[in-house]
Design a protein around this ligand. Sequence first.
Ligand code: HEM
Length: 394
Amino acid sequence: MYFFSTTVAAISFTFVFLLELATHSLANGTTNTTHRPRPQRQLSVDYYSKTCPQVDQLVASVTSQQFKEAPISGPATIRLFFHDCFVEPLVVVTIISYLATCPRAREMITTLIRHSPKLTPEPGKESGILCMNNGCDGSILISTKQGSKELAERDADDNKELAVEAFDSINKAKMLVESKCPGVVSCADILAIAARDFIHLAKGPYYQVKKGRWDGKISMATRVSPNLPRANSTLDDLIQLFKSKGLTLEDLVTLSGAHTIGFAHCKNFLARLYNYKNTMKPDPSIELRLLEALTMLCPRFGGNTDIVAPCDVTTPFLFDNAYYGNLESQLGVLASDQVLFLDPRTKPLVQALAKDKEKFFQDFAVAMDKMGSIGVKRGRRHGEKRIDCSMNEH
Ligand code: HEM
C-alpha cells in the first residue's frame, strides 16, 4: 500500500513538475575544497578479509535485486543508516557496573570530576552517570520485544516513516551473508555497505566502506527524537546537532545532498505551503510553480497521509548534484534544505556543490565515512554480532 501510493504520487508529481521545469538547467564547475576526515577508530576496509572476504559482493547481490524490485529501498536504506548513526542511547549506569555497559564511562567520570569536584561520588552512595556510547551499531534494526513496554528505536515516531523495504533489504543481505560466513559480519556493517550500494545504484559515487562495527545491545525509542533533525529545525539547531556528532558545517551541507533521491510526506512541508511561521501564508522562499504543484499534491486539510513529493524535484531518482541547483532556484521541498541556500553561512557551500558534481561525489563519500564512524563499538564486551538483525540477545 505504502509503496503503491507513494510511487504513483511521486511519479505523477515528477512528470508534471519535470514538464514545467524543462528549461531548468544546472551548470558544472570545478571549485575544489578539501575535508579533513576525523580519525577513524578501528574501522578498516579489509576488516573481513580473512573471515568473510566476499561480504561486499554478497550484500551487492541483494541490494541490486532490491533496487530492481523495490526501488524505494534505496533512499529508505540511506536514511535508515543516517538514523542509526545519529541516535545515541542514554543509559544510566551505576559506577560499579559501568565498565560492562558503558566503555566511555571512566573517561566521562574523570572529565566530570575535573570540572565539578563536588560531583565526586561519595563512598557507599549509588552514583549514576549518563552514558552515550552508541551510534552506527544497527540498533535501529532491533524490533520491540513482544509485550515490552519500552519501545525500540525503530518504533519511535520519527522512524515510523522509514519504509519497511529498507529493513527487508538488510534482513535479506544478512541472511545471505550468514549462510556463507556464519556469526562473523555485524548488522551495522551490512547497513553501511547497503547504503553505499544504493547510492551507487542510483548513479552516485562508489566508495570503499570501512568495516568492523559491532552491533549495539541497546535500542530505545526515547533516544530518537532528541538526536534527529527535523524539517523545521533552524540552521542553528542543525549545526548544533551535527557538531554534537563530530560533524562540521561542510558535512551538514554535503550530507543533506542525500536528499537528491527519495521522498517526503506532505506533513513534513505542509506548514511551508499554508502557514509559514504562523503567518497563514506560504513560505515566500518557495518558487511559485513548485508551490502550486505541492499544494495540488497536499491539500491543507484531509489529504492522504501516504502522499509524498520528491525531495529533489528535478532529478528525483538520480543521485546527482541537482539538489543544490534546486536550492539556488528556490526549489527546495523541505525548509531544512532551502535554509542551506538562504543562510549566508552555508550559501557558498551550496553554490560550490551545485557547480561541481565531482566535488559533491568526493565530499559526500568522505562525509559518509565520517558519519559511518559515529560512536562505533568494537568487541564482545561492548557489542554483539546479531544473527537476526531484528533481535538482540538481551
Ligand atoms: C540535515 C538534516 C536533515 C533533515 C532535517 C532531514 C529530514 C528529512 C525528512 C523530513 C525526510 C522526509 C521523510 C518522509 O517524509 O518520509 C527525509 C528524507 C530523507 N532523508 Fe533526510 N534529513 C536530514 C539529513 C539527512 C542525511 C544526513 C541523510 C543521509 C546521509 C538523509 C537521507 C534522507 C533520505 C535518503 C531521505 C528519503 C527517504 C525515503 O524516500 O524513504 N537525510 N529527511
